[in-house]
Structure formats: C-alpha cells, structure tokens
Ligand binder design. Structure first.
Ligand SMILES: Cc1ncc(COP(=O)(O)O)c(C=O)c1O
Length: 414
C-alpha cells in the first residue's frame, strides 16, 4: 500500500504486469552506434555551439523565462543537461524507456529501494549480490526502514524464488553474473515467476553490461548499473544508474534524489560519455583475455577452483551461453591455504594491482572474504561460495600472456 502523498511529491510508480514498455526509436541501431550517438546530435542539440562532443554544462541552476513557466532544467539536484545526455545513452544501451543516474551504484540501489518499498514490504534476492548491496539488505533497510530482504536458498531453482515471494514483495532482485563468484541466474525464469506474483524484476547488469547481456529483452523490468566498473573502465569515476519505466525513473528522480541530492555531477557524466564510446570494443577484449586467463588458472595445479561463466565446468555454462554474448572480464579462483594462501599470491603479483574495484583497463585482484563480503556470516559466505582462499580477478586489457606470466610466478610461490 502506498501512503498518502503530500502535495509537493510527484506520482509514485506502481508496477503493472500488463503494461508493455514503450519501444525505443533507436532500437534498430547497433549497440556500438548507440554507445556513440544516443542522446546527443551535434547539430540538433545545442546547435549554437556546433560541438562535436556533448558539452559539459557546469551550472547548478537554470533561469526561468517567465514567472509561471518551469524551465526543463531547474536545479542541480534533479537533472542537468550533460547528465541527461548520459541518462539517454544508458537507457539506449539497455533498451529501456528512461534512466536516472546516482552518485554511485550503491546509491542507485538505495534510491530505488527507498523510493519503492514501504515499512512491512519485502524484497526477494539471493546471497549472490555485491557486498554493499548485501549490507543495505541485511542491516540498513531492515533496521531503519522495516523493509526486509529474503535470500533464497537455491537461486538456481525458480521454485525457490517463487516460494519466497508474497503479496508484500515489492521487488525481486538478481545480480548476474554475480560479484564475486560469477553465479549466473536465469533471468527469463525468475522474471516469469516474479511477474506471475505481480512483482517487477530488477537485474544488476554491472558485471556483464549491455555489451554482453540485455536483461530487459529477457523479461527484466528494471536495471541497476554501477558506472564505476566496466562502463567507465578505468576507475576515474564513481557513479550509478537505474534504467526502467519512465514513471519509475521520474518517481526516483523527483521523490528521492531531488530531496537528498544523490546525483551524478556534470563533469563525471561527461567523462562517462567519453568512456562509453569504447564499451563494446573493451568488453570484447576483456572477455577474450579473461577467457584465456580462466583456462590457464583451471589447468594450474595450485588452483583449486575457478569461477568463470565461459569455462566448460561452470555449473550454469549453458544458461550463460543463452543469456550472455561472452563470459565478461571478471573471474574468481580459489587457492589452497585459505587466507594465507590468498595473501601469498596477492602479495607476489607484480603487474596485477591489488585494489578494490573491477572493470578497469588494468588487471586488478581483490580478496572478497575480508574486503567486500566480510559482513556475511561464515555460513552465508560458505553458501555463496566465498572461500577464505578466494581471489577476485578483474582481467584488464593488457596482452593476456603478460597477465598469465604474472599470475604464474605468483602462484609458484605457494
Ligand atoms: C555488481 C555490483 N553492483 C553494484 C555495485 C555498486 O557500485 P558502486 O561501487 O558504484 O557503488 C557494485 C560494487 O562493487 C557491484 O559489484
């Protein structure tokens, strides 16, 4: 049930299982073309500048022409022109009606849940979600907003998702492939179950990006993105976005972000626009490199286990082949000796950088059990496959032989 809304708030979005998304005019263009053109035409938009590149409009207020006519842009907490170009481009890539950005991916998730859920509601998800998402789900929302999260016990089984949904379920949330164990969830199957119970499906498309996976085409309703990762591709921008029905996007924009200012700034949006131009090329190379590195690790006698959707022994390989165009740039692997073994390898790498992020042009390693997923109970970590010896590897754009040689010499120290 939605509460009575004060006069200063805009309409809330209600999920309607019958509603068909509005088809995008640019849907016939290829993804690489959309990554370059969507949202900005140098002669049609701001024609007076004749700028080939979308301009950075670094203004936080937008003058009124007359007393009773709202300008398109009013004040920086709701929307600004450069950010709007980025929002249109992200919506075009995902094939969604509209997009609202946020200051980070975690903030985008927070804004979505804070806008949609009311005390007493629940959200159904699994333990295969990023660390800060888990923390919001396990502590912040239940304790402060009385919105509970149900972690399904077997996310590979659509019946488990179905069993967790009830009439107070506001959202079903899937992250696929997941960070850090690359678990692949069947988007179409979970969408069908969610829709049968009147709930929309959110898919976090951060690890695959639209270059490798189109969740909206598979039945999802809403997309969560961390722009910080592959979309930026170099760890210079922190940002996030929600893509989905326009009414939901405007609900988030005007009823949450406008009040708290949880927005992306114009310069960061402008940088993102430059980076996204090469997204499809980069994702091809990330995937090709990660595939080679995963095959090397899978053959290595010191490696106990490798998580990569492109490998033949990945438990959801067939599903990954159906819903993804390639395996992506992220993988994880387990070394013997638990934490000590992981520390030995991570302290021995010379080219690979030990840092907290992924999706960068340079290869990065990180230890999820202590850095991002430390808040899970030991039982939850075990259920999610987060072993103490797990190392997450974001495979970059270097020559793959050099990444492999570096890992080889580090593993030799075990
Ligand atoms: C899958 C996924 N989604 C969302 C986020 C949150 O993104 P940000 O770091 O931009 O807050 C992360 C961060 O690690 C992530 O891994």
């Amino acid at each position: 049930m939605q509460s009575e809304k004060p006069f200063f708030m805009r309409d809330h979005w209600e999920y309607d299982p019958e509603a068909k998304p509005r088809p995008r005019a640019d849907r016939r263009l290829g993804l690489s073309t959309r990554a370059l053109h969507a949202g900005f035409h140098p002669l049609r938009d701001v024609a007076q500048f004749r700028s080939f590149v979308p301009p950075i409009v670094q203004s936080m207020t937008y003058p009124y022409e007359c007393f009773d006519k709202f300008p398109d842009y009013i004040y920086g907490r709701s929307k600004t022109p450069t950010v709007s170009v980025l929002e249109e481009r992200l919506a075009a890539l995902e094939g969604g009606e509209a997009c609202v950005t946020a200051s980070s991916g975690s903030q985008a998730l927070f804004n979505l849940i804070f806008t949609m859920a009311r005390p007493g509601d629940n959200i159904v998800t699994s333990l295969h979600v990023f660390g800060e998402g888990y923390k919001q789900a396990a502590t912040i929302f239940p304790e402060r907003c009385h919105v509970t999260f149900r972690f399904v016990s077997d996310p590979a089984d659509p019946k488990c998702w179905e069993a967790a949904i009830d009439e107070r379920t506001r959202l079903v949330w899937v992250e696929t492939p997941s960070n850090p164990c690359l678990f692949v969830t069947d988007i179409a199957a979970v969408a069908a179950v969610a829709h049968a119970h009147g709930a929309p499906l959110l898919v976090d498309n951060t690890t695959a990006t639209a270059a490798l996976q189109k969740p909206l085409e598979l039945g999802a309703d809403i997309i969560l993105l961390s722009l910080t990762k592959f979309l930026a591709g170099n760890a210079t921008v922190l940002g996030g976005a929600i893509v989905g029905p326009e009414a939901l996007v405007e609900d988030i924009r005007w009823n949450t972000t406008e009040f708290v200012g949880a927005i992306l700034q114009p310069f960061e949006a402008w940088l993102m626009l430059q980076y996204i131009e090469t997204l499809t090329l980069r994702m091809e190379r990330h995937s090709a490199n990660a595939h080679k590195v995963a095959e090397f690790l899978a053959r290595h006698p010191k490696v106990q286990h490798v998580n990569y959707p492109g490998l033949p022994d990945h438990p959801q390989r067939m599903l990954a082949q159906r819903q993804m165009e390639a395996g992506g740039g992220l993988l994880s692997f387990v070394v013997p000796g638990g934490m000590k073994g992981a520390a030995k390898v991570m302290d021995s790498v010379q080219l690979v950088v030990h840092a907290v992020t992924f999706g960068t042009s340079r290869t990065i390693c990180m230890h999820p059990p202590t850095i991002t997923h430390e808040h899970l109970t030991p039982e939850e970590r075990a259920a999610a496959g987060i072993d103490d010896g797990l190392i997450r590897l974001s495979v970059g754009l270097e020559d793959p032989e050099d990444i492999i040689a570096d890992l080889d010499q580090a593993l030799a120290r075990l």
